[in-house]
Design a protein around this ligand. Structure first.
Ligand code: ATP
Ligand code: MG
Length: 557
């Protein structure tokens, strides 16, 4: 492709709304262009790379025996009848001219399950894994970071259907291996973490997380190989022998306006860990839960809800707190009513601690377990850097990651919801066992640029770079250079090499800047060595420069 004849537009300045490297570079290099918040158009370089990325995914999915299909984005709203509440405002809804309620698909479990239900009647037709690469729509509250979190984005989603759990295990493992092949092929540095599968009712879920400081997910890892999303990371309870510490009598103290743990630290000359934090929640808009934990820890709400049961969790209101016999800012687990008190396991190790007195401006000091009422002990705190690994007892570390893929066993959840059955070998009607597997394709492109760039621009692996070679003609006024550049361009084209020819009338400086920005792995400068029949070859990744004969360069790729 001749750049002079191409839709080619790069930018010197970073876009104003861009906070991260990949967002800045993808826009500056002219891969993407913002339409509106969270919605991006793909320009020529971007669309080529996107297609290549899709092809890597497609090849590996096909290799795994999955069948590609294409569902629709525009769907009648009743398709999602079972989880409209779950999607809530994240779902884009619209009405057609006849008044029918429609939506733009945020995820396609129901649609694939429906297709299976109609076509598959016998165990002989199973197992099957189906997939598509398709645009998804989610009205994200905070679209940001360019392609990283969009309202419209490309996803590869796959769904496996098996006759039993053993079959599902097999299909799931094949997809896990396929995902590893895909992300390895792309050269991404990633970890596979155990993830929470929320309310899906499945039994297993893993996320593929690209390691990155700008990642939105926090991951807990250990040198032994343990890796978990913080939502699911276990905190191992290590009992401390404090039997020899004298339990002091609990006494009430006046603590005017000292409502938070940090308010109390200095005046009482105590550390945060000496206080018993009480956080009050409302679950499914009815049950009040008081979570107790050491003052220096945070509640992991997903673990709390898993321990107590329920779906939605929110902070309790001042009125809710009054109803259980307490006052916001001074809650303690003494004489509460109409609530369930759930303490973190680590609270068992606490002695002579400080708690709220359920009365404005008062706390108790020297409280002990015998002074408070606990309905249940559970693991409810967020795992942190320095905690003990639940597997090997080593030290846990906290890192950040970008979720590029997610695989999970959904079991018979959607099959039951949509009555998707088959006849087994004994003629008995059974629900299909399903798995769902997603890759955020456009997010993966962002993650790739996060990991493959320098100050000058994007450096993509050959397999997904938009072009392999960029021939830069140093001076378009030199007939000799133009002729040599054209000849090389034709030779490479004839060999089937994906090549750009920078034949614009711009300065060599501007053209080289663009060449470094746009992520093409090899740059050939046809300039001052032309008279000798040579050109300069630059490896964008290593920065290595070599002067070689034009005739040799023509056969190098
Ligand atoms: P997240 O936790 O980041 O919101 P999710 O868990 O809701 O993602 P899934 O439903 O598991 O996402 O979708 C599969 C994949 O699609 C994710 O692993 C992610 O890579 C990608 N993805 C999800 N939401 C977005 C988005 N708004 N923009 C770009 N990619 C996304
Ligand atoms: Mg996910």
């Amino acid at each position: 492709m001749r750049i002079s004849r191409m839709f080619f537009k790069t930018y010197k300045e970073d876009p104003q709304d861009a906070e991260i490297k990949s967002h800045k570079l993808l826009v500056r290099a002219g891969y993407i262009k913002k339409q509106t918040a969270g919605v991006y158009m793909f320009m020529p370089l971007g669309v080529r790379t996107l297609h290549k990325l899709c092809n890597v995914i497609r090849q590996e999915m096909d290799r795994a025996g999955a069948c590609e299909m294409q569902m629709t984005s525009l769907l009648p709203i009743e398709t999602y009848a079972g989880r409209l509440e779950h999607f809530g405002k994240d779902m884009f809804r619209l009405t057609d001219r006849s008044g029918k309620d429609m939506c733009l698909g945020p995820s396609h479990e129901e649609i694939f399950t429906g297709v299976m239900k109609d076509a598959v009647t016998s165990y002989k037709q199973l197992p099957l894994t189906l997939y598509q690469i398709q645009t998804k729509f989610r009205d994200e509250v905070r679209p940001r970071f360019g392609l990283m979190r969009g309202k419209e984005f490309l996803m590869k989603d796959a769904y496996s259907f098996d006759v039993d759990k053993a079959g599902l295990d097999k299909s799931y493992n094949v997809m896990a291996e396929t995902y590893k092949r895909i992300f390895d092929r792309l050269g991404l540095h990633y970890v596979i973490v155990n993830a929470d599968n929320g309310t899906m009712g499945g039994s297993m879920s893993q996320e593929f997380m690209v390691k990155s400081n700008i990642g939105e997910d926090e991951i807990i890892v250990c040198d032994c190989g343990y890796a978990s999303n913080t939502e699911k990371a276990e905190c191992k309870f290590v009992e401390v022998d404090n039997s020899k510490i004298e339990r002091l009598p609990m006494t009430k103290m006046h603590t005017p306006n000292l409502k938070t743990i940090s308010d109390l630290v200095v005046p009482l000359n105590k550390s945060e860990g000496d206080m018993l934090k009480a956080v009050v929640y409302k679950i499914d808009d009815k049950d009040i839960i008081v979570a107790l934990l050491p003052g220096n820890r945070e509640v992991e709400e997903i673990k709390l809800i898993r321990a107590t049961g329920g779906i939605n969790i929110e902070m309790a209101s001042v009125e809710d707190i009054a109803k259980i016999g307490s006052v916001a800012g001074f809650v303690g687990a003494v004489n509460l009513h109409d609530c369930k008190v759930v303490a973190d396991n680590s609270v068992k190790n606490m002695v002579n601690f400080i708690i709220g007195a359920n009365e404005a401006d008062y706390h108790y000091e020297n409280a002990n377990l015998s002074d408070i009422h606990v309905d249940m002990f559970a693991d409810i705190v967020k795992a942190e850097e320095g905690d003990t690994c639940p597997i090997c007892g080593g030290t846990l570390h906290s890192i950040r990651g970008i979720e590029v893929g997610h695989i999970f066993k959904q079991g018979t959840h959607y099959s039951e919801l949509l009555d998707c059955k088959f006849l087994d070998q004994n003629g008995k009607s059974r629900y299909m066992e399903a798995g769902a597997y997603g890759i955020g394709v456009t997010r993966t492109l962002s993650a790739l640029v996060e990991q493959n760039s320098d100050d000058a621009g994007i450096i993509l692996p050959e397999e997904i770079a938009p072009y392999k070679v960029n021939i830069v003609i140093a001076n378009m006024k030199s007939a000799e250079m133009v002729e040599a550049g054209e000849r090389l361009y034709n030779a490479l084209n004839n060999r089937g090499v994906e090549v750009l020819l920078d034949d614009r009338l711009d300065s060599i400086g501007a053209k080289l800047k663009d060449a470094e920005l746009i992520g093409v792995p090899y740059i050939i400068v046809v300039g001052k060595y032309t008279a000798e029949g040579k050109a300069e070859l630059i490896n964008r990744l290593t920065g290595e420069k070599t002067i070689a004969l034009l005739d040799d360069i023509a056969t190098m790729f």
